[in-house]
Design a protein around this ligand. Structure first.
Ligand code: ZN
Length: 413
């Protein structure tokens, strides 16, 4: 069921209710204090608030959970962003001589608007279940690269509440990455290169890297369904010309251009493209510009994750916090399970009005005692996301306790 339409004028009334009754303060604090090792890690974290009328306050920081809860309730921010852990407490930044970002989760930002050239169902900030499949592929490819190529385990995936997804890699070894290591990692994962003026954005060397092979396997599982059926990207001359433009060999491009109108569907056109490219490669004189992995390059250009790598590279880059509210849609920025990303429906993410209704209908006819016996979020459709967040926290608690033991050992010496 799609979320109800949201009236943004209700925000000033609904945000205080959300921050009073639903925001998961204790889990959130538990996450960002990372077992309190070192003890002041949380205090040195930057938060920024966006208030009504786009008033933006940076360099907020909090002493502890209670202080954070008090400040959030006081300001009722329209948006909360999380920044780096600094050398000193961000709220003291003007008073200290040296103030530098030191650690942060490794983050990724993927925005549906960057897929406009490969989607026909929606454009701009719009999103539907068809184009969510691009996000499904992005999650699967990134997850496998982060876990298998880099060995990360504590990865939190969040839907931004409107048109994008965020990925927070929270392992200690990710949080301590330097600016240059983040840049290198982001470049490694960025496959599409060149701006709007460049048609062909994926170029794979002769010897294909195993991680690209893996990405291709994932991409192929969804390619027909998404690209050929849902998006119908070979459906009209205008559309197939864009795909044929990715073929460097002009003779082949021209002959495929003539073959396309004779086919009756995107699937049939893709079969023709595959057959002709494979034939040409098999008898190719590579100097003529035919590339051995041309088909893989085309597939990956159409579905490989389009990353906003500036967000990943910057150690002091802020990113919208999980569990804040998207001010345009009123939707909660919820966590989702990457294993179940295919079933996740962004259109069913609850908005503020819905959450308040859910609490009211749960409470109806119950005594005060009965109402108070259960956490408010459990009365709403936020429940699943909070439980998922809790299981993420339980897993990272083990890493936190290893770190605590290590730091206690140092203290003993
Ligand atoms: Zn769509």
């Amino acid at each position: 069921m799609p979320s109800q339409e949201f009236n943004a004028e209700l925000l000033p009334d609904l945000l205080p209710v959300y921050y009073k009754r639903l925001f998961p303060y204790s889990q959130y604090y538990k996450w960002l204090s990372y077992g309190l090792v070192p003890f002041n890690y949380f205090q040195k974290r930057e938060f920024s608030f966006t208030l009504a009328d786009d008033i933006y306050i940076r360099y907020q920081s909090f002493k502890d959970e209670e202080d954070m809860e008090k400040e959030i309730k006081k300001h009722c921010p329209y948006k909360i962003d999380i920044g780096a852990v600094y050398s000193s407490r961000p709220k003291d930044h003007r008073a200290v001589a040296i103030f530098t970002p030191q650690e942060k989760e490794l983050v990724f930002d993927i925005d549906m608007t960057d897929y406009d050239e490969v989607r026909t169902c929606c454009s701009g900030a719009a999103i539907c279940r068809k184009c969510w499949k691009f996000m499904t592929i992005a999650v699967k490819i990134l997850e496998s690269a982060l876990r298998q190529d880099f060995g990360y385990q504590h990865i939190l995936w969040v839907y931004s509440g409107r048109r994008g997804i965020h990925c927070w890699v929270c392992d200690e070894k990710a949080r301590v990455l330097s600016q240059s290591a983040r840049s290198a990692l982001a470049e490694y994962l960025q496959l599409l290169r060149g701006g709007d003026s460049q048609a062909k954005k994926v170029n794979i060397p002769q010897k294909i890297h195993p991680s690209l092979k893996r990405a291709e396997e994932i991409a192929k599982k969804y390619f027909h369904d998404l690209i050929l059926d849902d998006q119908d990207l070979l459906g009209t001359p205008e559309l197939w010309d864009k795909i044929l433009a990715l073929i460097p060999d002009q003779t082949l491009r021209d002959s495929l251009g003539k073959a396309m109108p004779k086919c009756s569907s995107s699937r049939q056109r893709w079969t023709t493209i595959q057959t002709e490219i494979t034939k040409a490669i098999n008898k190719a004189d590579h100097k003529k510009g035919l590339r051995p992995h041309l088909l893989t390059e085309i597939i990956l250009q159409l579905v490989y994750p389009r990353l906003d790598i500036h967000v990943t590279k910057g150690l002091n880059h802020l990113l919208k916090s999980p569990f804040c509210i998207h001010p345009k849609t009123g939707c909660v920025c919820v966590c989702f399970d990457p294993q179940k990303v295919e079933q996740f429906n962004p259109l069913a993410v609850p908005n503020l009005s819905q959450l308040v209704e859910e609490i009211n209908s749960f409470d109806a006819g119950k005594t005060d005692e009965e109402r108070g016996a259960i956490a408010e979020y459990k009365k709403t459709s936020m429940k699943e996301s909070v439980l998922l967040f809790e299981s993420f926290l339980a897993a990272i608690a083990k890493e936190n306790s290893v770190r605590r033991q290590r730091s206690e050992m140092y203290l003993d010496f």
